[in-house]
Ligand binder design. Structure first.
Ligand SMILES: Cc1cc2nc3c(=O)[nH]c(=O)nc-3n(C[C@H](O)[C@H](O)[C@H](O)COP(=O)(O)OP(=O)(O)OC[C@H]3O[C@@H](n4cnc5c(N)ncnc54)[C@H](O)[C@@H]3O)c2cc1C
Length: 472
């Protein structure tokens, strides 16, 4: 059996450990934090997440989809909260079986760890922070968070699933024999988590089966339901240079005033608003793109360590689980030869990156697009018309039309890069036609769909054409 060291027992690392153990590899999974099954999670990390089809694909592969479903709360659409207090539900799709799910991060992580530990060939180690990786050998040195003692692990290969701030990736940057391309784009907005508690009788204070959004242009609140009747609320706000920003919200009065002006209905729902506001940390968000993801066929970055993205498409975890599925497909083809020593990891890592990199880049870009869509466009009339039309297309012609959201979120067999190419063209087409008044009410729905398809094709022709054939 080959020995595999996985650094980081978060969502990606735990699923990867389980899946590689199912293949028969000997796994050591090392995590810097305490075992989250024995302690409570630190405040300020996204407590719940939206899980959708691509993520479920990875869980299905490891045989745990059904177990995970017990933890899920379906969210069928976005519940938009206007400043006036008016609310309306904008479905994610016109197809009834297309919805996303709210899931607790610690709940899911615990389940993944439990499943991984059921395998006799998985060893988990907690409270060990990776400090240094020697790529050629490969070796990784960890520091015990309680004693400060150092331990060095050797393995046939190392998978780095140590998240957006990956230490392994940082080691790659500082290894001068290795030319790592890297870009890190921080967002000018931070986020802070708050909580709408359950009602007195333990029920939900807002509609349970939706992702709630309070879009306010430059800032927004979102809320996802938890199984205990509460909602985890996330405030996305600029750090500075705005009337209301993290830099200016420094007193209880200012915070109350901000919520009273922007989210008056929420003010009533969070009894401890000021307390929570000043207790909970401000998190930062950014996009990390890098390549190559692997070194000497010995160390491979996966999940957020390879491609961190802003959270606005709700795809970071889903993409990380999809990483495991894509890697698994390639590994399965080479495994027998790998075990016999006729094939090596380098080839598998190369092929994985070749297939996966463009899709990781695409979802990173789409996640940035969706920031504007959520915080501003969802509150605009033109955008709402577009969503209504798309939902009608999907309901009436379910085989013929998939919105960009649906392509990205519910079409697990379509690569992200294709979803980006087609989805962006379609958005441009439909918004253009609506803006020009071409989709007037006298047209039948089918006729509107034909116009959208024709315009989309024209845009794709233009986008895909070599530069010398592009018209301005
Ligand atoms: C506010 C917010 C909301 C989000 N919402 C969604 C959503 O709705 N849907 C979605 O799909 N995604 C969402 N995401 C993204 C999602 O959280 C990540 O994409 C996902 O957690 C990536 O999994 P990972 O295992 O790669 O990294 P992580 O989950 O970050 O796990 C990394 C693990 O490595 C450990 N570690 C770090 N450094 C070391 C070290 N030096 N040594 C040992 N261990 C180490 C960490 O403690 C952690 O356990 C959101 C992210 C944020 C910030």
């Amino acid at each position: 059996m080959k020995n595999i060291l996985i650094i980081g027992a978060g969502l990606c690392g735990s699923l990867l450990a389980l899946r590689l153990a199912q293949h028969g590899f000997q796994i050591t999974l090392v995590e810097k934090r305490p075992d989250l099954r024995k302690t409570t999670l630190d405040a300020g990390r996204s407590i719940n997440l939206a899980l959708s089809d691509r993520g479920l694909r990875g869980l299905r592969l490891a045989g745990i989809e059904e177990a995970v479903r017990e933890l899920l709360i379906p969210m069928t659409g976005r519940m938009i909260h206007e400043k006036s207090g008016n609310t309306f539900l904008s479905p994610y799709s016109g197809r009834k079986d297309e919805f996303i799910n709210s899931v607790s991060r610690p709940g899911l992580n615990k389940l993944l760890l439990n499943e991984a530990e059921k395998m006799p060939n998985v060893t988990t180690v907690f409270n060990q922070t990776c400090k240094k990786v020697i790529f050629e050998t490969p070796l990784a040195t960890f520091e015990d968070s309680k004693t400060g003692a150092e331990t060095t692990y050797s393995a046939d290969v190392i998978f780095a699933t140590d998240g957006a701030g990956s230490v392994v990736r940082a080691n790659m940057i500082h290894d001068k024999s290795f030319l790592l391309n890297i870009s890190h784009q921080w967002l000018g907005h931070g986020y802070k988590e708050l909580e709408i508690p359950p009602s007195e009788n333990g029920g939900y204070r807002e509609y349970k089966n939706a992702l709630h959004i309070w879009p306010r242009g430059e800032d927004m609140l979102i809320a996802l339901p938890n199984l205990n009747g509460s909602f985890t609320v996330t405030l996305f706000l600029p750090y500075k240079n705005s009337d209301y920003c993290f830099e200016s919200l420094t007193t209880r009065e200012k915070v109350q005033e901000y919520f009273k002006n922007e989210f008056p209905d929420v003010l009533k729902l969070i009894p401890n608003l000021s307390e929570e506001f000043f207790k909970n940390p401000v998190g930062s968000m950014g996009t990390v793109k890098c390549d190559p993801w692997h070194r000497f066929g010995k160390v491979l970055l996966m999940g957020d360590a390879a491609h961190a993205m802003v959270p606005f498409y709700g795809q970071g975890m889903n993409a990380s689980f999809e990483d495991v599925a894509v890697f698994d497909e390639i590994l399965s083809r080479y495994k027998d030869d790998l075990m016999k020593g006729k094939e090596n990891w380098q080839k598998i890592f190369y092929e994985y990156e070749e297939v996966r990199k463009k899709d990781a880049d695409a979802i990173c870009d789409l996640a940035v697009d969706n920031f504007d869509e959520m915080k501003a466009h969802t509150g605009m009339e033109l955008f709402q018309k577009k969503r209504k039309l798309e939902t009608a297309f999907e309901a009436e012609f379910p085989q013929d039309y998939y919105s960009k959201y649906s392509l990205v979120t519910f079409n697990e067999t379509l690569p992200y890069s294709e979803a980006k190419r087609l989805g962006r063209a379609q958005d441009k087409a439909i918004l253009g036609l609506l803006h020009e008044g071409e989709l007037h009410d006298t047209l039948k729905l089918k006729e509107k769909l034909t116009l959208v398809k024709k315009r989309t094709e024209a845009i794709l022709k233009q986008t895909d054409a070599p530069d010398y054939l592009k018209t301005t």
